[in-house]
Design a protein around this ligand. Structure first.
Ligand code: C2E
Ligand code: CA
Ligand code: CA
Length: 674
């Protein structure tokens, strides 16, 4: 859940980053465009102003020059004697005059300010008023009346001409001033653009920094979260394997300096899968959390508790000796033995613990964990509790490996043997069937009990072949019994995995046909856990077996979490009460109560009841009083090979079925040793 969230957040951060940087990029483009636009506008304006000013200044200067040249022409004409020269001079005078007029006209056509207009109007006015005097002066000059000409020139023409020149000067100065003003304006515009650019840059950089800050904060938050997810178990919030290995490595490094020992306890819950399958994964999750909490209560705060996954927990106990760790392990077992109350249900849990000690057993986290695992495996195999690691155990687990490979051959080489344990009817005191129990006559190791190799067969995927062999052999034996007139039933044990094997179900049905055994004489025993954990296909196979007329029994009843009401919905005919309740029922009231209520409930639901583990006469008699249908146990007979069973069937009072004739308690011993 957390991991998923992390991934979502991780993918979500890309969007704001992209948006942020698109905004920054957009702003930078906009900024550049604005700056370029205003700059270009200011430039054009300045360019136009300067161009106009240049033209105007040029024209004003032309006016001044033309006027000066015109005055000079007048003087020259007055002092000339030659008439041809005078005429030429007059022509020059006219040219200058025309040049002046042209320049002034052009100026007037240009875009002008009010001030310029007024100067030019003055100029025109002055020229116009000076025109008659000017013509008179020129006439005097041409006619050679120099004296009169000079007088008139000084008196009336020159002052006006000077004023026109002054006006032209004023016009040129005005141009200068306007150019200065335009430049000043342009400067101001540039300054404004600069300011704008600066503001935008500051804004963009701040935005960039803000985005960077936000992004880096989120990234580091996610980083922290990912680290947490990588190192902690999401369900229990306990350190996970990664963190545990780191912690162990650290401890080993520390311990090398201060010489303190510590212990690694690997704990695996027993039959947790049944809890999960029967009560649901959510229930299982709550249970695991509770287990984590209880463990935390039994150890010191500075000890490490980690969850390796599934139902495996590891506790690292500081400063531990072999004795100390045994005490803590007991404490942990006791803590877990108290029933858990979850969702108004009470549930019993047990665990198997494997213990390894640093530095005695291993020097690295991986060796310590591996050894703890081996020790746990040994504890589990011997029925729970705790086991401290010993090097010989390595050999045991290696042996398991080689056993697995030998088992394949054993099935084909007839190294397997069936033993049969009689099932006695309480009413008639008479044998009514047998249970087939497999053994392995190993060429080197000798006689091996099924508990030693059935789990290996299941792990190695050989259980299908093994069960097929057992069924075939048992049904052949049953056909023999029937041929000899012994109408017994034959019980065969099925493994949980067998229930999902549709081919096996087919071959059971065809084996019955081949051996001509009526199907009701075959009893298939399925453990309570296997039935409860069986998904749809398993249940479907049960119905197929039932439809074929085969008798179905629930084995080891009372050890799982099943309810009778649920079992009743299944096509089951018989319940076998687990021997752990039966064996002590004659002196343990609790067990007796469990057995009695199981018998009553089963009968109410129309099921037959078999008690297993009847080891003495008291138990047999109590069971008879409680109305139990059939029983198995060492009191009547141990499981025995076919030949000795044949003798037992011929001689045993149980097989003859005399109600009062209890057999001698040691009878079966003599049978066994035979
Ligand atoms: P189970 O089905 O509960 O079989 C009964 C076990 O209790 C047998 O152990 C039997 O020898 C033992 N037993 C019978 N009476 C007494 C008694 O009075 N006191 C005590 N203490 N024990 C008694 P066994 O033969 O060692 O089988 C152990 C388990 O191995 C069986 O338990 C069954 O689950 C499994 N098993 C045996 N044969 C097969 C097989 O062919 N296929 C499969 N899948 N499992 C098998
Ligand atoms: Ca059985
Ligand atoms: Ca059993």
């Amino acid at each position: 859940m957390l991991a998923k969230q992390g991934i979502q957040e991780k993918s979500g951060i890309g969007k704001p980053i992209t948006i942020g940087f698109v905004i920054i990029l957009g702003m930078m483009i906009a900024m550049t465009a604005i700056a370029l636009h205003f700059g270009a506008k200011a430039n054009t304006r300045l360019h136009m102003v300067v161009e106009n000013q240049n033209v105007k200044t040029h024209l004003a200067t032309t006016i001044q020059t033309a006027l000066e040249q015109r005055a000079l022409s007048m003087h020259a004409a007055s002092i000339m004697t030659n008439s041809v020269e005078k005429t030429a001079e007059k022509r020059r005078f006219d040219e200058y005059d025309a040049a002046y007029m042209r320049a002034r006209d052009r100026l007037e056509q240009m875009p002008l300010s009010a001030e310029e207009k007024s100067i030019l109007a003055d100029m025109r006015q002055l020229t116009k008023s000076a025109r008659p005097d000017l013509e008179a002066v020129m006439d005097l000059a041409l006619s050679g009346q120099q004296e009169a000409m000079l007088n008139k020139l000084r008196a009336s023409v020159m002052p006006k001409q000077r004023r026109v020149v002054e006006q032209a000067d004023a016009f040129i100065r005005l141009q200068q001033m306007q150019a200065d003003a335009a430049l000043h304006n342009a400067d101001a515009t540039y300054a404004r653009i600069k300011k704008l650019m600066l503001t935008l840059t500051v804004f963009t950089v701040s935005l960039g920094l803000l985005i960077t800050y936000i992004v880096s904060r989120r990234v580091s938050k996610q980083g922290r979260q990912l680290t947490l997810q990588a190192k902690y178990d999401a369900l229990t919030s306990l350190p996970n394997r990664l963190m545990l290995v780191e912690g162990l490595a650290q401890k080993i490094a520390d311990t090398k300096c201060n010489d303190a020992a510590f212990a690694v306890v690997l704990m695996d819950l027993d039959r947790f899968k049944d809890v999960n399958d029967t009560l649901g994964h959510e229930f299982g999750d709550v249970l695991l959390k509770e287990v984590g909490r209880r463990l935390a209560e039994t150890v010191r705060p500075d000890d490490i508790i980690a969850r390796l996954g599934g139902d495996e927990f590891v506790v690292v106990l500081n400063g531990m000796t072999q004795q100390g760790v045994a005490q803590i392990a007991e404490k942990m077992i006791v803590a877990l033995e108290q029933p858990f109350r979850i969702e108004q249900q009470s549930i019993d849990v047990s665990a198997s613990l494997g213990i390894t000690l640093f530095p005695d057993h291993g020097q690295t986290p991986s060796t310590l964990l591996r050894e703890a695992d081996i020790a746990m495996y040994v504890a589990k195999r011997s029925g729970g509790g705790y086991t401290i690691y010993a090097p010989e155990q390595e050999k045991m687990s290696r042996e398991d490996l080689s056993l697995k490979s030998e088992l394949r051959e054993a099935i084909h080489d007839n190294q397997l043997v069936l033993y049969f344990q009689p099932k006695i009817d309480h009413q008639r005191h008479c044998v009514m069937g047998v249970e087939a129990l497999v053994r392995w006559m190993h060429p080197q190791r000798g006689f091996m009990a099924p508990d030693l190799f059935i789990p290996l067969a299941e792990q190695a995927g050989l259980i299908g072949a093994l069960t097929r062999w057992v069924l075939k052999t048992a049904l052949q034996q049953l056909a023999d019994f029937h041929a000899q007139g012994q109408r017994l039933s034959m019980a065969v044990n099925l493994s949980a995995c067998n229930l999902h094997d549709a081919e096996l179900i087919d071959s059971i049905i065809s084996l019955l046909q081949e051996t001509h055994v009526p199907p009701q004489y075959l009893v298939l025993e399925i453990t309570e856990g296997a039935v409860m954990s069986s998904p749809k296909d398993g249940i479907r196979n049960l119905h197929r077996l039932d439809a074929a007329g085969i008798t179905l029994a629930i084995d080891d009843f009372g050890t799982g979490y099943s309810s009778l009401a649920y079992l009743k919905q299944l096509p089951v005919d018989e319940l076998k009460i687990d021997k752990s309740f039966v064996m002590n029922m004659y002196n343990d009231d609790n067990d007796a109560v469990i057995v009695r209520s199981t018998i009553d409930l089963a009968h109410n639901l129309g099921l037959k009841v078999t008690a297993e583990g009847v080891e003495n006469r008291d138990t047999w008699e109590i069971l008879t009083l409680l109305g139990c249908d059939t029983s198995q146990g060492y009191f009547m007979s141990k499981p025995q090979p076919a030949e000795s069973l044949a003798r037992w069937l011929a001689e045993s009072p149980w097989s003859i079925g005399k109600p009062s004739a209890y057999p001698d308690q040691v009878f079966w011993l003599s049978v066994q040793s035979a």
